[in-house]
Design a protein around this ligand. Structure first.
Ligand code: HEM
Length: 213
């Protein structure tokens, strides 16, 4: 097979190749639009959140991947922008995406919401479609895989789904994000170490540790 490239023998396609120049141009355009991909290490680097923002006819679309150095269920969730008080540190009033590998790979990825009837939401998050929530499933695509040491899942969702009961719109500002992984593939309490917090702007990639969390 012939690849059209100016090959001077440096780099995967040769430095200065058409492929390489196109790749660099795409990367520059992506950064200029603030669309990522962005990666944030969390939980002392044992988990990562990577995402891109693309634009669709119904507004911005989140394409996110969460990876954990564990063989277990994994999840991510976010509060309202500017939330303070208990909402800023607890599992209360959170919009979750959770990957359950108990049936193997790919995992069952679900759109969930805190059970606000439990103090601080410290309980398994409910499906958005649960009658107690009364929302809708707004995860439009998902995938994931486990190997001997890691678990990874990806999901796609609008930044603003319109599901006021089940979802929190992603804001163009720092937003409180929580992550966790289990001790096994059975979706149950993560224990008091396998969970963490970060502040993330999913539009710009800006992020910071959550002070006071
Ligand atoms: C079966 C599901 C779950 C149960 C039963 C559960 C239960 C609890 C309980 C009892 C606590 C308080 C004790 C502690 O600090 O460890 C807690 C805290 C926490 N959970 Fe969960 N959890 C679940 C799922 C999740 C998920 C999916 C996430 C993130 C995506 C998460 C993130 C957190 C965080 C960040 C804290 C610390 C909150 C704080 O600093 O006040 N949990 N959880």
């Amino acid at each position: 097979m012939h690849i059209l490239a100016w090959d001077n023998g440096i780099g995967p396609f040769g430095s200065g190749s058409l492929l390489e120049i196109n790749y660099v141009l795409l990367a520059i355009l992506a950064v200029a639009n603030g669309q990522g991909p962005f990666t944030v290490p969390v939980l002392n680097g044992s988990m990562t959140i990577t995402w891109m923002m693309t634009t669709g006819t119904n507004g911005p679309i989140l394409q996110a991947t969460v990876k954990s150095n564990s063989v277990a269920w994994i999840g991510i969730g976010w509060h309202m922008a500017g939330a303070s008080g208990p909402e800023n540190v607890d599992m209360y009033d959170v919009d979750f995406a959770i990957a359950d590998f108990s049936g193997g790979s790919p995992p069952r990825v679900t759109d969930r919401k805190s059970n606000n009837n439990v103090n601080n939401g410290y309980s398994p998050p409910l499906l958005d479609t649960d009658p107690a929530i009364g929302g809708t499933n707004d995860i439009t695509a998902s995938s994931g895989v486990q190997d001997a040491t890691t678990s990874t899942f990806s999901f796609t969702k609008l930044y603003n789904t319109g599901d006021a009961r089940g979802d929190q719109s992603l804001q163009n500002g720092l937003q409180h994000v929580i992550i966790a992984h289990g001790n096994s593939n059975t979706f149950s309490y993560h224990g008091n170490v396998n969970r963490g917090h970060w502040m993330i702007n999913f539009y710009t990639g800006a992020n910071a540790p959550c002070m006071g969390c």
